[in-house]
Design a protein around this ligand. Structure first.
Ligand SMILES: *[C@@H]1O[C@H](CO)[C@@H](O)[C@H](O)[C@H]1NC(C)=O
Ligand SMILES: *[C@@H]1O[C@H](CO)[C@@H](O)[C@H](O)[C@H]1NC(C)=O
Ligand SMILES: *[C@@H]1O[C@H](CO)[C@@H](O)[C@H](O)[C@H]1NC(C)=O
Ligand SMILES: *[C@@H]1O[C@H](CO)[C@@H](O)[C@H](O)[C@H]1NC(C)=O
Ligand SMILES: *[C@@H]1O[C@H](CO)[C@@H](O)[C@H](O)[C@H]1NC(C)=O
Length: 410
């Protein structure tokens, strides 16, 4: 045991030395909020779809609901605009401007409104000449755009990576925008897609990315489907040796938005997304219509115990320990020597199945040593009582569902 503990301490020391976070004082825990993209995409026709187009009305209504219906209190703080907010051209002084029909009051007024509700505003731009949807990009204007966003009172920038001619321009652009944001003097969460656009050509240098970004996307956009959620989890597990150790206060891997509350996930799959996004220390940006939420989805997304795991101050990302036929066992070390443990059943046929495992598997044998108290958090709250480190647990999990447990040492 002593040898194992010493090895663990050594690993921890090396990791701390590696991972220096962007020094802007924000994102000490994974940021939480709402982002329009997955649910509302690039809707620009407000005459045809007044409730769904990308407009100031969409964001003020979300801000209102976030305050009125407990989202803010649960920790969801950022109201974020994605692509398609801009006018097709810059103004006469070269500055970005919002589409005047859809944002008649302008972004400054929207930021003031969001701030008056005790929330924060996120905005979107792109490292290249145009955004992914073809609106003006920030290339050649990084400092001006950073100054513009800061002058409007923006609190988060999602910076996309479409339309960069080369890997050099991509990397320089992400670095330069980070420095430009710093120069404004305003703490602005900087959300990057740098490793995602780099990876097909080159192994990302995460040490460097963490010095410039607060969180970063590694993999494809999330869709409102189980296939999408599965592929994100599998990608994360397959790359965990390089990405897990880099995550920590100030810098997070971003597996993309929560799609709970939409159309594509069953209840079990929604539980799996919530549980696994907590295990992965993921930024929690919902993309759904908060004006029309079923009570179950709201219960899940506002679940205090799951959010507490996601927001654990130690800031270590979890990882997959084993994959045994259809079952996956994941763990995440938490503060005060506690652990979160997820048991995921990937079988897509039949009924509930039991997975039985020894607690000696967890935390290199240290998670429940000599004994611990086990609390089930999802799919329902349940007390499992006191166990010792050689106990076996038998956990019944529905197809495509997850059981999330918290182990607290005694
Ligand atoms: C800018 O960077 C410096 C040095 O890393 C840091 O001390 C400062 O807090 C940063 N300011 C902002 C607004 O990010
Ligand atoms: C933007 O367009 C200019 C002119 O075509 C080009 O030189 C430059 O490389 C482009 N920038 C990026 C980031 O691709
Ligand atoms: C980044 O900033 C450096 C220093 O100001 C400049 O030389 C370089 O052209 C910039 N690169 C891009 C892509 O804007
Ligand atoms: C990765 O980036 C860091 C920080 O910029 C640098 O010190 C290190 O040499 C880079 N590693 C590789 C393999 O390029
Ligand atoms: C799983 O194990 C529990 C406890 O041993 C048992 O009550 C339950 O019936 C089992 N479920 C299945 C699907 O085998």
């Amino acid at each position: 045991m002593a040898a194992a503990a010493a090895r663990w301490a050594l690993v921890a020391a090396v990791v701390v030395a590696l991972a220096v976070a962007l020094d802007n004082g924000v994102a000490r825990t994974p940021p939480m909020g709402w982002l329009h993209w997955e649910r509302f995409l690039c809707g620009t026709d407000c005459a045809a779809e007044p409730d769904r187009c990308v407009s100031e009305r969409l964001f003020t209504e979300m801000a209102d609901v976030m305050v009125a219906e407990g989202w803010k209190e649960a920790g969801y703080e950022f109201v974020c605009i994605d692509d398609c907010w801009m006018a097709p051209t810059r103004d006469e002084r070269g500055r970005l401007r919002a589409d005047p029909r859809r944002f008649p009051s302008g972004i400054r007024a929207l930021a003031d409104y969001v701030h008056s509700k005790g929330l924060k505003l996120g905005i979107y731009s792109d490292v290249g000449n145009t955004t992914c949807a073809g609106f003006p990009g920030s290339y050649g204007h990084y400092e001006l755009d950073a100054q513009t966003f800061a002058s409007w009172g923006v609190d988060l920038l999602k910076f996309d990576g479409c339309n960069a001619d080369s890997l050099e321009l991509l990397a320089e652009g992400y670095r330069n925008m980070s420095l430009a944001l710093n120069k404004t003097g305003r703490p602005i969460v900087y959300s990057c897609e740098w490793p995602f656009y780099l990876r097909p050509m080159q192994q990302p240098n995460y040490t460097e990315i963490k010095q410039y970004c607060n969180h970063w996307r590694n993999f494809y956009d999330v869709y409102d489907s189980w296939n999408s959620i599965k592929s994100i989890m599998e990608w994360t597990a397959l790359h965990q040796d390089s990405i897990v150790k880099i995550a920590g206060p100030g810098g997070w891997n971003d597996p993309d938005m929560l799609v709970i509350g939409n159309f594509g996930l069953s209840w079990e799959q929604a539980v799996t997304q919530m549980a696994m996004w907590a295990i992965m220390a993921a930024p929690l940006f919902m993309s759904n219509d908060l004006r029309h939420m079923k009570p179950e989805a709201k219960w899940l997304l506002q679940n205090k115990e799951v959010i507490a795991i996601n927001q654990d101050p130690l800031g270590k990302q979890g990882y997959r320990i084993t994959k045994d036929k259809n079952f996956e066992l994941w763990e995440r070390p938490l503060s005060d020597r506690a652990y979160a443990v997820a048991v995921l059943n990937q079988q897509e046929i039949g009924g509930p199945q039991n997975f039985t495992f020894s607690l000696t598997f967890l935390g290199n044998g240290l998670a429940c040593n000599p004994a611990c108290c086990i609390q089930q958090i999802l799919p329902t709250s349940r007390d499992w009582g006191v166990h010792n480190w050689v106990s076996s647990l038998s956990v019944e999990v529905n197809p495509t569902g997850t059981v999330l447990l918290k182990l607290v040492p005694l």
